[in-house]
Design a binder for this molecule. Structure first.
Ligand code: SF4
Ligand code: SF4
Length: 294
């Protein structure tokens, strides 16, 4: 597997507003996500805990799915996918609107991963302990499962060659499927009554910090291979998530206040160096440095 990511970031950005074709690969079939995030990066339990430990719990957000009538559990009048009668969820990274210029387009307001440097379109946590397996291996899972990769969607829409070698990688750390995912990447909330109103707010992008922390806590308190949750570990992680006040969380709020409309030209957007780097975001090397090293 080999990819050309320079000037792309297609898998880190919600580029639906500038796509000439409909992008709905996450929302086909009976279990559509309740949120509208594009290409959510699902984190493992250990990764969720590491983000919390690093004071970055405020960048995490849950994903739940719709279920067919009678097949899930009803919360806020919505049938939610469940395991053993309890709502199932992932935890992923939040995507604020950012001024980005992928695929040679003008700087445009698009939802982008909280860790994406909007100027270089490189990941601010690449080559750090926090870099998620899912990102490190992308698009490896797609190649193993013979599913279209984001690189190929970008090629189709904007031309060029992104996926340079589509040989599926042999070793996939993050490919947790079926029972292996339970408690390790796919979590189960033990008490649906605590989720009144939350499911509705997921739909309307109005989740509160307390809502997000509730799911982060349960994920950290989960046991791999089981639906059990350690209450004490969950409580501690929930509280630390609520206390988090990271550069990324604060940048999220600034970008959200600055955006005009998604898909709009972002010529007058604030300077990313002021919004992110000045608050403590790690800088990225730029593509010249990458080319020199390779
Ligand atoms: S979509 Fe493919 S080519 Fe583009 S940044 Fe992601 S992995 Fe790289
Ligand atoms: S963590 Fe980095 S590689 Fe992964 S989606 Fe976010 S910016 Fe992209």
């Amino acid at each position: 597997m080999r990819v050309d990511c320079e000037g792309c970031a297609g898998c880190c950005i919600d580029w639906r507003p500038v796509s000439p074709v409909t992008l709905d690969h996450e929302r086909r079939g009976p279990r559509a996500p309740l949120d509208d995030t594009y290409n959510l990066v699902p984190l493992t339990r250990d990764e969720v805990r590491e983000f919390v430990d690093a004071g970055l719990g405020d960048v995490l957000t849950p994903r739940l799915w719709e279920a067919e009538p009678g097949e899930g559990i009803e919360i806020d009048g919505i049938e939610v996918a469940s395991i053993s009668g309890k709502p199932a969820f992932f935890v992923g990274l939040r995507k604020p609107p950012k001024p980005v210029a992928p695929f040679g387009i003008e700087r445009t307001w698009l939802h982008a991963c909280v860790f994406l440097d909007p100027e270089t379109l490189q990941c601010r946590i690449h080559e750090t302990d926090l870099y998620p397996d899912e990102c490190a291996e992308y698009p490896g899972h797609n190649l193993v499962l013979d599913q279209e990769a984001e690189c190929e969607r970008v090629e189709r829409a904007y031309g060029g060659e992104r996926l340079l070698d589509d040989t599926p990688p042999a070793d996939q750390q993050g490919l947790l499927l079926g029972p292996h995912a339970l408690g390790a990447k796919l979590f189960v909330h033990p008490d649906p009554e605590r989720l009144d109103g939350v499911v509705k707010r997921i739909r309307t992008r109005e989740l509160t910090a307390a809502d997000r922390a509730e799911f982060v806590g349960v994920a950290v308190g989960s046991h791999p291979g089981s639906t059990e949750v350690d209450d004490e570990r969950a409580r501690e992680a929930r509280e630390r998530t609520l206390e988090a006040d990271s550069w990324a969380g604060r940048a999220f709020d600034t970008w959200t206040e600055a955006v005009t409309a998604l898909g709009n030209v972002a010529a007058d957007a604030p300077n990313p160096a002021d919004v992110e780097v000045a608050r403590g975001a790690p800088e990225t090397p730029g593509w010249d440095a990458i080319r020199k090293d390779s």
